[in-house]
Design a protein around this ligand. Structure first.
Ligand code: ADP
Length: 189
């Protein structure tokens, strides 16, 4: 089983690199952001709740997102592994993921930290907002998301270092170059 956590600030390229990892290694992909955007589009109760948090640049409550993650995970049958994209985002979520995988006789194989300088993140997200119209990719919300990243999410770097799963990836460069570094790290597992 290849269980990969793809990690990084908003705009670090998690989604793009996840697609490549899925294509090369044939594992399942869970993007919590994509799951929530689909719920919003479908107009469900969960979607309505999620929209309130997302538009404010805030994280959803841990219990809610952990439940969503668990049910998505249970939907994968005969899986070769999973790439977790956008989860975990807090220490409580990392602990829940560890427990959830342990209950299934599994563990996280590697945590890939896509490291991108702050100015570059801003530029990428503003551009993405103009192209895709994603409601949370506007300057004000992006700034809030980066603050949330630094306060609630970046402590996971040390958490995964302590867990012996941390792998730094230089997130600046061409998409192919970054993927080559990722594939090298995965192939060493
Ligand atoms: P990005 O990585 O660009 O911030 P995502 O698509 O991963 O974008 O997430 C968009 C939003 O969805 C987040 O800002 C947050 O409000 C919500 N969200 C996604 N994943 C989680 C999570 N694991 N815990 C709490 N909220 C989440």
């Amino acid at each position: 089983m290849l269980n990969i956590v793809i990690f990084g600030a908003p705009g670090s390229g998690k989604g793009t690199q996840s697609e490549r990892i899925v294509a090369k290694y044939g594992i399942n992909h869970i993007s919590t952001g994509d799951v929530l955007r689909a719920e919003i589009k479908a107009g469900t109760e969960l979607g309505k709740t999620a929209k309130g948090y997302i538009d404010q640049g805030q994280l959803l409550p841990d219990e809610l997102i952990i439940d969503i993650l668990a049910s998505t995970l249970d939907g994968f049958k005969e899986s070769k592994g999973v790439i977790f994209d956008g989860f975990p985002r807090t220490i409580a979520q990392a602990e829940a993921l560890k427990k959830m995988l342990a209950e299934r006789g599994q563990e996280v194989s590697i945590m890939l930290d896509l490291d991108v300088p702050e100015e570059e993140l801003m530029t990428r997200l503003i551009k993405r907002g103009q192209e895709s119209g994603r409601a949370d990719d506007n300057e004000e919300t992006i700034k809030k998301r980066l603050v949330v990243y630094h306060s609630q999410t970046s402590p996971l770097i040390d958490w995964y270092k302590n867990d012996g799963k941390y792998q730094h990836i230089n997130g600046l460069g061409t998409m192919e170059g970054i993927f080559a570094e990722i594939a090298e790290a995965i192939d060493k597992i």
